[in-house]
Design a protein around this ligand. Structure first.
Ligand code: RIB
Length: 300
């Protein structure tokens, strides 16, 4: 079974601020860095650092060659990353003194997928292979339909949640991994249990992982539910914590772990990621996660 992550690659322009800038306000930033990120690439790196061989597919501009260098550094197969006209995707990220962030996204090359490129990528994959998707690229609906047609298992992190997802046949998704904000956008419900019920009603075959920040995470499959508390750490930068969780949880599925073990592993990995600055550079290795001694303090 091969694992393909077809998704975004961004240059993250990260500004350290006291608080997230308010409407009409001008605020000095205490520091600035350019990091490699993008939900897609962060998740590929998380899979690779968890020990899963992964192919990343996506588009960048000439300004984004460092994104390919990161794939080489962390062992992500970059054969399906093409360089195209124009700028790469980028973000403007504010990180406040508590490690919280706000992200402004410019799609750039991530929004220039073509059907020919999709076909070329998917020709390397087949029945039973896993495709991991997020919602930062165009043609998501086309990719999903074609991958499903080939018998691939679709894992979707519907992030950011927007109207593009309405074009997708979400009944084809085997696993949803989402946070409570995306859960509310998807179902109109605020309470975790109601969100899960809402997703189960619409997509009864799908397995769902709902992350709740400091309140932990929940896995649901049919009538079975299991919960995991969050590990308390001092947050430096929460960017890519969700992506780290996603990559590690999928690695646990691939290695045949039980859902409760997968939630625990992914929660540890995400907790470690928030203690470090940056996006994909903040993802810990499996060795580091297995050594993590943090305390699980909050049970949702
Ligand atoms: O999930 C974090 C990521 O979201 C950042 O790396 C940024 O690029 C945005 O895509």
């Amino acid at each position: 079974m091969k694992v393909l992550c077809f998704g975004s690659m961004n240059l993250d322009y990260v500004y350290q601020v006291d608080h997230i800038v308010r409407l009409g306000e001008t605020e000095n930033s205490a520091g600035m860095r350019v990091n490699c990120g993008g939900k897609g690439l962060n998740q590929s790196v998380a899979l690779a650092k968890a020990g899963v061989p992964v192919w990343h597919a996506g588009l960048i501009g000439q300004d984004g060659i460092s994104l390919i260098d990161k794939c080489k550094e962390y062992g992500v197969n970059a054969d399906y990353i093409h360089v195209t006209e124009g700028r790469s995707g980028h973000t403007i990220i504010q990180v406040d003194k508590d490690g919280n962030n706000s992200i402004l996204l410019f799609g750039g090359a991530n929004r220039r997928m073509t059907e020919a490129f999709v076909d070329e990528v998917l020709s390397g994959f087949g029945e039973g292979d896993i495709i991991l998707l997020q919602n930062e690229i165009n043609l998501l609906d086309v990719i999903m339909d074609k991958a499903y047609g080939k018998g691939m298992q679709i894992v979707l992190n519907p992030s950011p949640y927007n109207e593009d997802l309405n074009k997708c046949d979400l009944g084809k998704v085997a696993y949803f991994l989402l946070n409570e904000i995306e859960g509310e956008q998807m179902t109109g419900e605020k309470e975790p249990e109601k969100i899960l019920e809402g997703i189960h009603r619409k997509y009864p075959e799908a397995k769902v992982v709902l992350t709740l920040g400091e309140a932990g995470s929940i896995f649901m499959c049919g009538g079975t539910i299991c919960r995991q508390g969050a590990f308390k750490v001092k947050a430096v930068d929460t960017t890519a914590a969700g992506d780290t969780f996603t990559g590690y949880f999928i690695s646990s599925v691939i290695s045949g772990m039980k859902p409760e073990e997968g939630l625990c592993l992914a929660s540890k990995a995400a907790a470690m990621a928030v203690t470090r600055p940056g996006a994909l550079d903040s993802v810990p290795t499996m060795e580091e996660v297995l050594e993590f001694q943090g305390k699980e303090t909050i049970i949702c």
